[in-house]
Design a protein around this ligand. Structure first.
Ligand SMILES: NC(=O)c1ccc[n+]([C@@H]2O[C@H](COP(=O)([O-])OP(=O)(O)OC[C@H]3O[C@@H](n4cnc5c(N)ncnc54)[C@H](OP(=O)(O)O)[C@@H]3O)[C@@H](O)[C@H]2O)c1
Length: 312
């Protein structure tokens, strides 16, 4: 099978011909689309000589279950399925997931939902829904999403809006897209200091901030725009929770390992939100496997608008 992979330590990722995963006891999946996420290149950067090779890039997938092991998994051979393939990767013609593995959920794609849309959901949509839940977003609240037009941010803006929140976006250049998503206010980090602008517009502070972009130093400035009793979530483990607690702000670092939505139930929940029109997948590019490296470069260096998927 063709796969975008690293065959041995130190080699760059590229397209190779690899054996189909043997994967006894796992669901074997013919991949149709792989979803592209920052985590894909982060994991590439963390490979060591002790990692297992070949390393196939990617986690999110949508495709067809070709072989379902015996057991009551709610799946049958031939079902269209989507999910997360952490062991065998997803930028490949085939992947496999152990049906009961905690971090490798797989679920049927609801009727009416296209494969490319399903592939754009697993990591970013379950993360967005979980973080909006952690922020306890309710109607009428003022919620800032920093990095609002990226994979997670785009879904988070839409979910917060569906709960009746007033959504304030910060972006890097992509003002029009944040407005199209329905953000009530948009601040562009390329046009000026967004914290100064937010503080001027909201001197009493906002209720909640979802920070998808700022590291451990920069995120402290979020305290200047959150009201006492407000909430903050970081997806990149940047928030010093004790430091924020001293400022009457409940800060949480969101870890995927603690996300209960990384489960078949969580997958079905976000797919249903897409099917119901509460969220859209915002796929901006669907590329062939040969272009996977280029898409990862664009994601790393910025400017990849909306979601990208790889067509297998
Ligand atoms: N903890 C978890 O479970 C979890 C799960 C998913 C993701 N994550 C992490 O969360 C982060 C966001 O993920 P993602 O999938 O949404 O990434 P993404 O698709 O790359 O989106 C990030 C967005 O933020 C924009 N941006 C960059 N710097 C900015 C700034 N200073 N101000 C405003 N916007 C800025 C980017 O613009 P450009 O296009 O110009 O770069 C991009 O639109 C990543 O670091 C990812 O690894 C964590």
């Amino acid at each position: 099978m063709r796969a975008f992979a690293v065959r041995s330590f130190g080699e760059p990722a590229s397209v190779h011909d690899l054996p189909v995963p043997a994967a006894d006891g796992a669901v074997l999946i013919r991949v149709r689309f792989a979803g592209v996420n920052p985590l894909d290149s982060n994991l590439l950067g963390r490979l060591t000589a002790a990692s297992s090779y070949p390393f196939v890039v990617g986690i999110d997938f949508a495709g067809v279950a070709e072989r379902v092991p015996a057991g009551d998994y709610g799946l049958q051979d031939g079902d269209r399925v989507f999910g997360m393939a952490r062991t065998y990767g997803s930028y490949a013609e085939y992947t496999a997931v152990a049906p009961a593995a905690r971090m490798e959920p797989v679920a049927r794609i609801p009727d009416g939902l296209a494969d490319d849309q399903a592939a754009a959901l697993p990591i970013p949509a379950t993360t967005a829904l979980r973080t909006v839940d952690l922020l306890e977003v309710t109607a009428g609240q003022q919620v800032v999403v920093m990095g609002a037009t990226g994979g997670v941010g785009g879904y988070a803006v839409q979910i917060a809006l569906s709960r009746g929140a007033h959504v304030i976006a910060t972006v890097r250049g992509d003002v029009g897209e944040a407005r199209r998503l329905g953000s009530g206010e948009v601040y562009d980090s390329q046009a000026g200091d967004v914290i100064d602008a937010l503080r001027a517009a909201h001197p009493d502070g906002v209720d909640a901030v979802l920070d998808l972009v700022n590291g451990p130093d920069a995120i402290r400035r979020d305290a200047d725009v959150i009201r006492p009793g407000g909430r903050l979530v970081s997806t990149i483990f940047a928030a010093d929770e004790g430091w924020f607690a001293q400022r009457q702000i409940t800060a949480r670092n969101h870890a995927s390992s603690a996300n209960p939505l990384i489960s078949p139930h969580g997958l079905v929940t976000v797919a249903q939100m897409l099917a119901d029109g509460a969220i859209t997948a915002r796929i901006r590019s669907a590329v062939d496997l040969a272009d996977a490296g280029q898409v990862l470069d664009e994601l790393r260096h910025g400017g990849l608008r909306g979601k990208a998927v790889i067509r297998l």
